[in-house]
Unconditional design. Structure first.
Length: 206
């Protein structure tokens, strides 16, 4: 825990960027009956019946100090999917940075071994050398600032029925573009000293 908190407090050079990564999913819901449009004094009405239409996985990449986020929508959340997201992060989103300080949870697919399972060794090594990885502790995923972005996205963009993946991509792209345009940053205030006081019971007794 303290490792991640100290990463959030340290200064970054122009050659570095802090990026947080997290995942979530969205179930696609198709209407079985046409919703009734909103009228004066009455909201739009949906029938309680619906048709399940699959699930999409969402990788949230967030640079909280830069006011930037990007959501990659995929069919699955395998090691190959994660590897391609990381390659895109390195080569397309931040090609000018020498080091990407990456904070994420300790999921079994979130390993540099996933890069080697997906790409040729020299390519996997090239990508891995650009990364400085820090993992949140078990049961401590709340320390990942990308989780905050997922919460905002859930409230502002995903709090309604989305029928299919193409519709989901359009909705998310519009949401992230608007949020990036505003340059919304995360104001993280929880420090190592706060942890030692408020979470004292989690520390070993010496």
């Amino acid at each position: 825990m303290e490792d991640v908190l100290e990463v959030y407090q340290r200064p970054f050079t122009d050659d570095e960027v802090l990026v947080c990564l997290d995942e979530t999913s969205k179930q696609h819901i198709k209407e079985t009956r046409t919703p009734l449009p909103a009228r004066p004094g009455e909201p739009e009405k949906y029938d309680f019946e619906y048709e399940r239409n699959g699930v999409s996985n969402l990788f949230m990449l967030s640079a909280p100090l830069e006011g930037w986020r990007h959501v990659k929508v995929t069919d699955h959340h395998t090691k190959v999917d994660w590897a391609h997201v990381i390659k895109e992060l390195v080569d397309e989103h931040y090609p000018e940075k020498k080091k990407i300080v990456l904070v994420m949870d300790n999921l079994n697919t979130h390993k540099t071994s996933s890069l080697y399972a997906t790409f040729k060794p020299e390519e996997a090594r090239r990508i891995a050398e650009r990364l400085e990885i820090h993992y949140t502790p078990k049961h401590g995923s709340w320390l990942d600032m990308a989780e905050i972005e997922i919460g905002v996205m859930a409230r502002q963009c995903l709090n309604r029925r989305v029928p299919d993946q193409e519709s989901l991509k359009r909705e998310i792209e519009a949401w992230q573009d608007e949020r990036n345009k505003k340059g919304v940053r995360v104001n993280w205030r929880f420090t190592t000293q706060d942890a030692r006081v408020k979470l004292k019971s989690l520390y070993p007794t010496i």
